[in-house]
Design a protein around this ligand. Structure first.
Ligand SMILES: Cc1cc2nc3c(=O)[nH]c(=O)nc-3n(C[C@H](O)[C@H](O)[C@H](O)COP(=O)(O)OP(=O)(O)OC[C@H]3O[C@@H](n4cnc5c(N)ncnc54)[C@H](O)[C@@H]3O)c2cc1C
Length: 397
C-alpha cells in the first residue's frame, strides 16, 4: 500500500507519525512539500526561539492517548524540567524538531503539487501512484486588506512574518503591523528580545488583542446548540475561559448542528470575539503588549480611523492571519480535484467537504474548517490524524 501526503506541515507530519506508529513501513509513505520541509509549515519553522507556542506543551503531544509525549521529549532533550514543562509555552521551533524526529526516514519530496489525477483506483502525482492520498495543505498566506494595498511596494513590506522579522530592523525604527492578533504579539516578543526601542503602530478592524491564558477549570456546556443560547451562556459565565473551554469537547458537534444561517451569522458577527477568547496568548506575551501600550511604545488603532498622515514607516508587516476561504483562492491542486469530481467545497466555501471526497482521499486541518470549525490547532489536528491513519490501515488488504 502506498500513501501520499500533500503538505509537510504539522498536519502532514502527524498523519505520517500515526501511520508509522501503527506499523506501516516508512517507505510506504511519501510527503510532498513545496519547500521540501516537514514539521515546519506556517507555525513551527520559525528561525527564532522568541516565537512561542500558544498552547501549553502538555496539550501538544502528537498522540491523544499519550498526552505527555511532547513534554517528555522536551525533558529528554534538556529543554524543560519534569513536572513543570507541561504548563509551559515553549519555543515553536522545538515543536517542529519534535515532529521531524517522529517521522525520520519518511521520504520527503520537494514539489509544489498542482495536479492530482485518478486512474484505475490510484491517485497519481506525476508518475507516482498512491492508494491513499492525504491533503494537508494547511494555512494560506495572509491577504492584504485593500485599504493597505499602497504599502505593498514599500521596501520594508513583508506579507507574513511567520518565520521571523527581518534582521535589518534598527532599534529606533517605526514599525506598522496590520493585524492585532497572535502574529502581532509574536512580532512584539521578537522586537523586545532584540532590545527594540522604536515605535510600533498596530492596526486592525476591531482593535482586539488576544486574551491571556490563565489556569481554569472548564465547565462542560450542556445547553441547546443554537448560536443565541451559546453566546448568552458565554456572556453570563462567571469565568469566560471556563465557558469557552467547556465548549471545546463538543464544539465540532455544535458547529455541525448549527444551521447554515447560524454559521454565517457566527462568521459575520461573532468570529472576531471568538478568535481572541478561544485562541489565547501566553500570559507573559499579553503582558508585554500591555506594558508597551502603557509606555506608548505600542499604539493600537482602528482600521476605520487609520490615517498614516505624516508618519513614515520603516517596516510594514501583514499579520492579518491566514486567508481562510479556500474557494476564493482557486488553489490549483484543489481545483484539479474539484474539476474531476473527486472533491467538493463545503457549503461555506471555507474548505473541502470531507464527506464529498473520493474513497481513498482524505483532508485534514484547515481544509476541513467549514465542516468542523475546530480543526486548526494541534489538539484537534492530532485527533484527525489518528482517525485518518486508522481509516487507511483498516482498508489495508
Ligand atoms: C503563526 C502560527 C502559529 C501557530 N501556533 C500554534 C500553536 O502554538 N499551537 C497550535 O496548536 N496551533 C498553532 N497554530 C495553528 C496551526 O494551523 C497548526 O498548529 C499547524 O501549523 C497546522 O499545520 P498544517 O500542516 O495544517 O498547515 P501548515 O503549517 O500551513 O503546513 C502546510 C504545508 O503544506 C505545504 N503545501 C501547501 N500546499 C502545497 C502544495 N500544493 N504542494 C506541496 N506542498 C504544499 C506548505 O508549504 C506547508 O509546508 C499556529 C498557526 C500559525 C499560522
Amino acid at each position: 500500500m502506498k500513501i501520499g501526503i500533500v503538505g509537510g506541515g504539522a498536519s502532514g507530519a502527524l498523519v505520517a507519525a500515526h501511520l508509522v506508529r501503527s506499523g506501516l513501513p516508512k517507505d510506504a509513505i511519501s510527503i510532498f512539500d513545496r519547500a521540501g520541509l516537514v514539521g515546519s509549515g506556517a507555525a513551527y519553522g520559525a528561525s527564532t526561539q522568541n516565537y512561542l507556542l500558544n498552547v501549553p506543551a502538555g496539550k501538544m503531544s502528537a498522540y491523544p492517548d499519550e498526552p505527555g509525549h511532547f513534554a517528555d521529549w522536551l525533558v529528554q532533550r534538556g529543554l524543560g524540567i519534569e513536572g513543570e514543562v507541561s504548563a509551559k509555552f515553549v519555543a515553536r521551533q522545538w515543536y517542529g524538531q519534535y515532529l521531524r524526529e517522529l517521522i525520520q526516514g519518511v521520504s520527503v519530496i520537494s514539489e509544489d503539487v498542482s495536479l492530482i489525477e485518478f486512474q484505475s483506483g490510484q491517485f497519481k502525482i506525476g508518475d507516482r501512484d498512491f492508494d491513499h492520498l492525504v491533503l494537508a495543505l494547511g494555512n494560506a498566506e495572509p491577504t492584504l486588506p485593500p485599504q493597505f494595498a499602497r504599502f505593498q511596494d514599500h521596501p520594508g513590506f513583508r506579507n507574513s512574518p511567520w518565520r521571523n522579522l527581518p534582521a535589518e530592523i534598527r532599534s529606533e525604527d517605526h514599525v506598522l503591523i496590520i493585524g492585532t492578533g497572535l502574529t502581532m504579539l509574536d512580532a512584539l516578543c521578537e522586537l523586545s528580545a532584540r532590545g527594540f526601542r522604536g515605535q510600533v503602530t498596530a492596526v486592525s478592524r476591531h482593535g482586539f488583542l488576544p486574551q491571556p491564558h490563565q489556569p481554569t477549570t472548564p465547565v462542560p456546556y450542556t445547553g441547546t446548540t443554537t448560536l443565541r443560547t451559546i453566546l448568552k451562556y458565554i456572556r453570563k459565565a462567571e469565568d469566560w475561559r471556563a465557558a469557552i473551554d467547556g465548549l471545546r469537547p463538543t464544539s465540532q458537534k455544535i458547529w455541525k448542528e448549527f444551521s447554515l444561517r447560524e454559521k454565517r451569522q457566527f462568521l459575520r458577527h461573532a468570529r472576531p470575539y471568538w478568535e481572541v477568547h478561544r485562541h489565547r496568548a501566553p500570559a507573559q506575551t499579553y503582558q508585554l503588549a500591555q506594558d508597551w501600550i502603557r509606555t506608548g511604545q505600542l499604539s493600537i488603532q482602528l482600521a476605520a480611523n487609520f490615517d498614516p498622515g505624516q508618519s513614515s514607516f520603516d517596516w510594514i508587516f501583514n499579520a492579518t492571519g491566514p486567508n481562510q476561504r479556500l474557494a476564493s483562492r482557486a488553489v490549483p491542486v484543489i481545483e484539479s480535484l474539484v474539476e474531476r469530481g473527486l472533491a467538493s467545497y463545503d457549503e461555506l466555501s471555507l474548505g473541502l467537504d470531507p464527506f464529498s471526497l473520493n474513497p481513498g482521499l482524505h483532508a485534514i486541518g484547515t481544509l476541513t474548517l467549514g465542516t468542523h470549525w475546530e480543526c486548526t490547532a494541534v489538539p484537534d489536528i492530532r485527533n484527525q490524524a489518528a482517525a485518518i491513519a486508522a481509516q487507511i490501515l483498516q482498508a489495508r488488504p
